[in-house]
Design a protein around this ligand. Structure first.
Ligand code: PHE
Length: 450
């Protein structure tokens, strides 16, 4: 097989994997999930899931990927000597392609908002901005074109290869996004009446903890970390032997969580300030933010304009580093397993994801396409985030905890005994017992069996 690409620098690895993790999951999905699930109590449960289940799960995927140095399905296959564990890889590939389909719809909305911000179309009161969003997203063609355009942009980056495409993009844009978020948090918290929103985020009301809240928090944690799709496994296959898996996972988890919390601190104070209900669902950021840009920069409309354009453009890039990772899983699989050219393999995923994007976009706009009482888009979102990802993550933990040789796990975790030795037993305990049990309990609880 021809030499596989490697990430060029240490920083490149962490940033590219963080680029996969940080995306619309943090800035779009986290706030609306928090809003729908009542605020601070959800966040606490979410943070618990991130550190107790997400971190060990992420390291498990890293171990499988880096050791096998191949696509997700073959990685599980090789490490299990042909036992059906490769189904975990297939599950990951299926999950990530479905996510790519509906994620592209929202990424397409962001693309439209870059244009709208530039053209000054988002200027008006809360009701006006809401009408703008509804009119745009329910148009039969425009949102679809934006979504499919987004899949195509991802396609272009993917066919340019691992290192050039992914790494170069991640290195510069993530830090800028971070700084801009801080500016917007400050601006949002300075609006009149914003403290109500801060309280909503920070003062837990445990009477709001329910089955749904727990499952949503678990799903959100896995979605945000890109965990359970074998995406991290695929990225880890490009890591070098020197990469410290625990440290990299720790950095990514911290960064991802911080960005989500900042996104919350950016949205809710503003939402409370302008009277937008925190549970307004997926459109929350598209309706709230334009108000921040106008009201926080009153008297300096040019500043508001620059910041709004930059923000939506960076959101598009954050989404892109995530869609690249979703796309890469399937592309690596078809390239290596079916001996297709990378370019052709990429088309398979692009066509599947674009088709799904089309129907998902229609299902929340122009046409009423429903499955089990949900719009197709919500259905795909819930199915993947709340079931497929936790299942994939749990299987990765079981695989690493119980199936593959302990010495192999030790060698990968400690880089052959050079680092992290003291944490090994804790990690093993987490992947063997805590993660599988906790995830099973949440599932059973959801089914009403316990
Ligand atoms: N973690 C990404 C985000 O937060 C979404 C994602 C999910 C990416 C699954 C890859 C795989 O936006």
């Amino acid at each position: 097989m021809k030499e596989r690409g490697n990430f060029g620098s240490k920083l490149g690895i962490v940033l590219a994997t963080a680029g996969s993790a940080v995306g619309l999951g943090n800035i779009w999905r986290f706030p609306y999930m928090t809003g729908e699930n009542g605020g601070a109590a959800f966040i606490l449960f979410y943070i618990g899931c991130i550190f107790v289940l997400g971190l060990p799960g992420m390291i498990s995927e890293f171990i499988v990927g880096r050791h096998a140095q191949t696509n997700a399905a073959r990685a599980y296959d090789t490490l299990s000597n042909g036992k059906p564990w490769k189904l975990v890889g297939y599950l990951g590939i299926l999950t990530s392609t479905i996510i790519l389909g509906f994620y592209a719809v929202v990424a397409g909305w962001c693309l439209q908002y870059v244009y709208a911000a530039m053209a000054g179309k988002l200027v008006g009161d809360a009701a006006f901005v809401k009408t703008y969003f509804v009119t745009f997203s329910s148009h039969p063609l425009r949102p679809v074109l934006c979504g499919v355009a987004f899949v195509l942009i991802t396609h272009i980056v993917i066919v340019n290869g691992v290192q050039k495409g992914i790494e170069r993009a991640s290195k510069w844009l993530m830090p800028i996004l971070f700084v801009l978020l801080l500016v917007l948090v400050t601006a949002s918290c300075a609006l009149p009446g914003s403290m109500e929103g801060v309280r909503f985020l920070l003062q837990p009301d445990f009477s709001k903890l329910s089955n749904k809240v727990m499952l949503d928090a678990l799903g959100q944690a896995f979605f945000s970390l890109s965990l359970g799709t074998a995406c991290l496994c695929t990225y880890a296959s490009y890591f070098t032997k020197e990469t410290n898996l625990l440290r990299s996972a720790g950095q990514i988890v911290m960064l991802d969580t911080m960005i989500a919390i900042f996104a919350g601190l950016m949205i809710f104070p503003a939402a409370f300030s302008v009277g937008i209900s925190p549970d307004s669902g997926p459109s929350l950021i598209f309706i709230t933010l334009p108000n921040v840009f106008q009201q926080a920069f009153v008297g300096m409309p040019q500043v508001g304009w620059v910041i709004s354009v930059m923000f939506y453009a960076l959101l598009v890039f954050a989404a892109l580093t995530s869609t690249i990772s979703m796309h890469e899983i399937g592309t690596a699989f078809f390239t290596e397993e079916f001996h297709l050219r990378r370019r052709h393999a990429a088309w398979v995923i692009t066509i599947l994801a674009s088709a799904l994007c089309l129907f998902c976009s229609w299902s929340v706009g122009a046409f009423d396409i429903q499955l089990l009482g949900y719009s197709l888009m919500d259905f795909c979102d819930l199915l993947t985030a709340n079931f497929m990802l936790p299942l994939g993550g749990m299987l990765a933990c079981l695989f690493v905890g119980w199936y593959i040789p302990r010495q192999l796990v030790y060698d990968e975790f400690t880089n052959g005994g050079q680092c992290n030795k003291w944490f090994f037993l804790t990690f093993l305990f987490a992947v063997r017992y805590i993660c599988p049990l906790a995830i099973t309990l949440v599932f059973l609880h959801q089914l009403g069996w316990i």
